[in-house]
Design a protein around this ligand. Structure first.
Ligand code: ARG
Length: 421
């Protein structure tokens, strides 16, 4: 058997001395079929899963063992929409008192919190100072603990739009590296962010809740600008995420060919049809509203934004329900950073409240999110070839998604990074 493993390692192109890890638990949720497997055993080599079976079905000697006891294991969770370098308790004008270096440090702490909550992969859709690139590199080196990051760096946007900084009067000259106007400038911006390490392009297609002086419903790039942006990103092999609340901006983004639309509050039936035809994913942060309305004022969120939130919150949830019913593809995106990092999993219960079954909600944060990222080969399932990113909870999350708020153990790449049993 030892020889077989050595041979397999050689065939896989890895050193024969590659470390083998065997992970066991009481049961495993297979997210693809929605069924539970009793007494699973997962074998991983160099951080990637090589086989999945029943305990006792594959004799393995010479392996490091991770036994997750009487817990239920499932794939590490994926959040399509986070801002690791944001702190919701420092909102509005008070955030302007902190320099870029401060937000990078925040990112280090929040990466750990996110991982501990069972989110082993995140898409970071907007960070200052290209901080998500440094975070990703430090995590990959093992210098700090955190999830796998798909970084966007700066979110691209129009002058005065949701992705601009409009808090101060315009005579205060601010560095605004995400701003670009006109198709050519937008193309150049995509190239620049790609050069800086962006792996996804995020842009603002409409106004938003947290920006000053923007209307959530208003479109903020022309069709020509969006077309140029998406064309350039796709040419470079990058996916595109569009922030869009308003109806016309959502449709323009889908027509431009974006891969995911974020928020999607005022989408109508025509937008659902367009998305279904184009294969566009919706990533809807439907937990957010509860937190913003309860804590926003205390956190410094200006009344202007709270008023916009009251306009958007319920509508967005109704749109989520209608879009899911219409058959639009959905991936889990929380916008953590606007609400506390580590609480990402609170959104599962909202998704169930608004029309998904628990397994649908879990799929949205595992295999479906992996598909939306174009990373099915790496993450989103406990299956051969994927990273050994595995979380453990007590009980059955397909019966009660709230169990996902209490992740007992996290394994990332075959290494235990949290064990709170
Ligand atoms: N970042 C988003 C914005 O400012 C947050 C929206 C939060 N509200 C909501 N109901 N999801 O527009």
């Amino acid at each position: 058997m030892k020889m077989m493993i050595a041979l397999a390692a050689l065939l896989a192109g890895t050193a024969a001395s590659a470390e083998t890890v065997v992970i066991t638990a009481a049961r495993m949720l297979d997210v693809a079929t929605g069924t539970m497997m009793e007494k699973p055993m997962i074998v991983a080599q160099d951080g990637r899963i090589t086989s999945v079976g029943r305990q006792g079905s594959m004799p393995v000697t010479d392996a490091r063992r991770i036994d997750l006891g009487d817990l239920t294991i499932l794939p590490g969770l994926i959040d399509m929409h986070v801002h690791l370098t944001s702190d919701p308790t420092l909102s509005g004008m008070q955030s302007l008192r902190y320099p870029g270096s401060f937000w990078t440090v925040i990112g280090v702490a929040m990466a750990r919190r996110t991982l501990d909550a069972g989110f082993t992969t995140v898409r970071n859709v907007g960070a200052g100072d290209y901080a998500d690139i440094g975070l990703k590199m430090a995590i990959e080196r093992g210098t700090i603990a955190g999830p796998r990051i798909v970084p966007a760096t700066y979110a691209i946007g129009a002058t005065g739009g949701h992705c601009d900084s409009n808090e101060l009067p315009a005579e205060y000259i601010l560095d605004r590296p995400g701003i670009a106007d006109g198709p050519d400038a937008v193309r150049q911006k995509v190239r620049e962010l790609h050069r800086r390490g962006a792996e996804v392009i995020k842009y603002c297609a409409t106004g938003g809740v947290f920006s000053i002086g923007t209307s959530v419903g208003a479109q903020q790039y022309t069709q020509a600008e969006m077309n140029a942006l998406v064309d350039e990103a796709h040419m470079l092999g990058l996916k595109v995420a569009a922030h869009a609340h308003g109806t016309s901006g959502i449709k323009a983004a889908i027509r431009a060919g974006v891969d995911t639309v974020e928020h999607v509050s005022f989408a109508d039936a025509e937008a659902f049809d367009l998305a279904k035809k184009a294969g566009t994913w919706f990533s809807m942060d439907i937990y957010n509203d509860d937190y913003i309305l309860a804590e926003g004022a205390k956190n410094g969120v200006p009344e202007e934004s709270l008023a916009k939130e009251r306009e958007v919150g319920l509508k967005q949830r109704q749109t989520f329900q209608a879009a899911w019913k219409a058959g639009v593809k959905m991936a889990f995106g929380s916008d953590a950073g606007v609400y506390p990092h580590g609480d990402n999993a609170r959104q599962f219960a909202k998704m169930v409240e608004w029309g998904m079954t628990p397994i649908d909600a879990i799929r949205a944060a595992t295999m479906k999110a992996a598909e939306a990222l174009g990373r099915e080969a790496d993450v989103g399932q406990i299956a051969p070839g994927r990273y050994a990113d595995i979380i453990a909870v007590a009980g059955d999350p397909t019966k009660d998604v709230a169990t996902l708020r209490d992740v007992k153990a996290v394994v990332k790449g075959g290494v235990v990074v949290k064990d709170a049993r």
